[in-house]
Design a protein around this ligand. Sequence first.
Ligand code: GDP
Length: 372
Amino acid sequence: MLFEEPSNVRKTKQLGILIAGESGLGKSTFVNNLCNRDVFQETNTVDFANAHLDPGLEIFSRQVQINERNQYPVDLHLVLVNGLGDNIDNSELPGRIVTYLDKQFEIALSEENKPSIVSRSIDTRPHVCLYFIRPTCRGLREIDILSMKALCEKVNLIPIIAKSDLLTEEELCLNKTLIMQSLEENKVRIYDFSDNRSEMTSTDNLKKASKTPHTVCTKNLSKNVPFAIISSNDVQVDEAGRTHHVRKYPWGTVEVEDPNVSDFTLLRELLLNSCLEKFKTRTHEVLYKNYKIGKLLERKTFKKSSFSPDSLQRNSSHYEYATRVSTSDSDAFSALESLKSSKNDSKNSNDKDDLIFAYEQKILKLQKLHKV
Ligand code: GDP
């Protein structure tokens, strides 16, 4: 190496975070707490004059660098999706977020195809999505299920119970159980923290002996999901001169960073440290590759079908396979088996050969990724 990097120069990491949910759940406040500065404006006022109008869906993005002592600087690409569930008819909203995410994959794909001497722009793909759930809902609303089902195919999904200070301990435990049941019943695939045990040493000191629902269980982090957080833009300075974000109530004050009452500190640790690389790897190796395979199959189908006499029939069967390829990695194994067994009893077996090849490539990559 010609120029050696001085040891005091810390490499910058990069992460894309999508924060989605209904308006007024504290998403902007959470981002401000995470970044320790005002990134998004907190919404305190209600516009009564326009309250009868559908607010639609708003997508804002910001670039922020977080520079904490003894940690790598992290460049955050923050995307705030506001208004999920605010409208009378919300049916089109999940599709609009998926279109947004596909567009970011498309940008990454065109960046990949650029010659190496051309400078590349920043990666705008969100690597993780924090989905904010209304605390007083007792489980999930239909729009939450629809949105999360669509999102989990495109981004690492983490459900968050917003404003958990509005719930008692019992209510919070019940809510967590109902949310997890609902996610399971509807086959919503949230990010799997179960292999995170060995990396949780830095959060060990967050663990307190208390048995509250917020206790950080380093042995099985999945049990903390959905994370329940409190956020606030109010600050208080302690005797040692340190600043803390606090929520003030008539009966006292709660610290946002206190692991006994909020999962905020744990979540920040996972996002900016322990899981940052894992979120990025799964985004690139699984979710983005699924998108690419889907695109390739679409193109292939289009090319071949334009020459074939029975194109209509083929198109529909290919579309079915193409969507199956892009839906989930474990499906790839069963889809491959069913394709192989049906290969000989169909007219378009050449096309199926191509699909089998695509599936085999995908499975090989997955096996490499998971070191099977
Ligand atoms: P957004 O529309 O989801 O971005 O919500 P905002 O961050 O603008 O917050 C809406 C309101 O909720 C503001 O008045 C915040 O002060 C308040 N808020 C934010 N986080 C919490 C929380 O954890 N608990 C409570 N009780 N209120 C919160």
